[in-house]
Design a protein. Sequence first.
Length: 484
Amino acid sequence: MYALPKHYDVIVVGSGHAGVEAALAAARLGCSTLLLTQNLDTVAQMSCNPAVGGSAKGQIVREIDALGGAMGINADATGIQFRLLNRSKGPSVRAPRIQCDKKAYQFRMKAVLEGAVGLDIKQATVSNIVVDGKRRVSGVETDLGMAVYGNAVILTSGTFLGGLLHVGETTRRGGRMADTNSGLSASIRQLGFEIGRFKTGTPCRIAGRSIDFQRCEIQRGDEPPPRFSFLPFETALPTEIFTLNHGQFHMEQMPCWITHTTASTHDIIRKNLHRSPLYSGRIEGTGPRYCPSIEDKIVKFSHREAHQVFLEPEGRHTDEFYVNGLSTSLPYDVQVDFIRSIPGLERAELMRPGYAVEYDFFPPTQLRRLMAEDAELSDVLLQEFLARRQRLKAGPAAEGLQIIGSDLDSGALALRAYAARRNLPHVWLDADSVEGRSLMRAASLRLMYCKCIVGPVSTSMPRFNTLPAARIPALTCVASSRRL
Ligand SMILES: Cc1cc2nc3c(=O)[nH]c(=O)nc-3n(C[C@H](O)[C@H](O)[C@H](O)COP(=O)(O)OP(=O)(O)OC[C@H]3O[C@@H](n4cnc5c(N)ncnc54)[C@H](O)[C@@H]3O)c2cc1C
């Protein structure tokens, strides 16, 4: 086994949306970071619809942006259609959504990763998690005989663990179509974690030139285009070729198109349900509640005479259209039949079939309240926290906040050093105790400007961010001598 000589603070496995943000966040915090991913050509690849945001997701993208993440900026820079969904409803359910140029999004994000200071990137498939005698993670091993050691490992393996792809009666291994799956679950199972199975699916992609757009309703983007990022547009360097939208929107937004399923579509699907792996019992995983397949829609909403179908371009320089609303795992021939029963798609040519993917996941209930698996550490923290809360008679809004990173980088490091010197597993700081205040001063903690707060009360984060420190009833900071 070849051991990489460099020891990292953080090793991130996977480069989908989650892995990209995790790696960039760790590097921004000053941690030496390594991103390992199966295929460098699929960095930030959107497995399904190349859209970012939408209902219940748009606000998360804006939160990621507020925390310094890259997703919102990248979507703004590579978007081809911008909309605010639910505009007619109340502000709490309005959701920004950007249809992106799939390839531009990927390539631009890869360039962002490559430009990040303190971040190394390598193509490798992680096959084993290495733990020390105290069950603490100490690194990873890859399937080609490389070991890398570090203080923390972040797994963002998406749909790839034990991934199985289904198209009708055909099943094959894969994390998504044309990508291999990953066998890492075995190593995680060996560590004693419980594993479950999830399922999701995607529709077919069809050739734009085979669509009769005259028979569809046009859906244009909003003007002015609602962006995700709160930051002003950066002026891209002339050498940067992946940003489509510089400073202003110099190009027309691309339209999407709307059509509907028909009675004939529903008939074809009903008659072939026995050939769907979902209904023949071959898929065991639980599907997403809010993104049902067309088979599910026909069965569960049998009273509906038609379902909306959105035809969405996958990019500015491709003819592929994503058929939103028709996620399916029915056999190829059935997909062709039911697609061609839809107005405007009578002569549609499938470029890629729809499919379902089943994959392993680890129920997050196995994590303790303080997001640590290490029972000993989290129990101690929890007990201290509860005792402290009782002493302070703090209300729920004052529940322990764990502060890390950004402006607090030097503070967190200094506190860690303090904890290590005194051989303490962790340090608790209380903003209104004398000792707490002097430690904070020593560690240059600036409570007013903390950018990154994670903890049980993350929903009240904006409130705490705007409160003067003096008005925060009881602010608790944990710094572990073990690097988090
Ligand atoms: C068919 C299909 C349909 C989907 N439909 C939707 C949808 O409609 N809406 C939606 O929100 N989401 C959908 N998803 C889920 C989609 O996966 C997520 O939206 C999102 O892309 C997940 O991002 P992620 O970063 O968690 O994982 P992914 O984008 O899945 O990325 C995982 C990354 O980890 C890497 N990786 C995995 N194992 C290893 C290993 N052992 N070593 C190194 N690298 C590894 C992979 O190569 C990949 O880069 C769908 C996924 C698929 C496959």
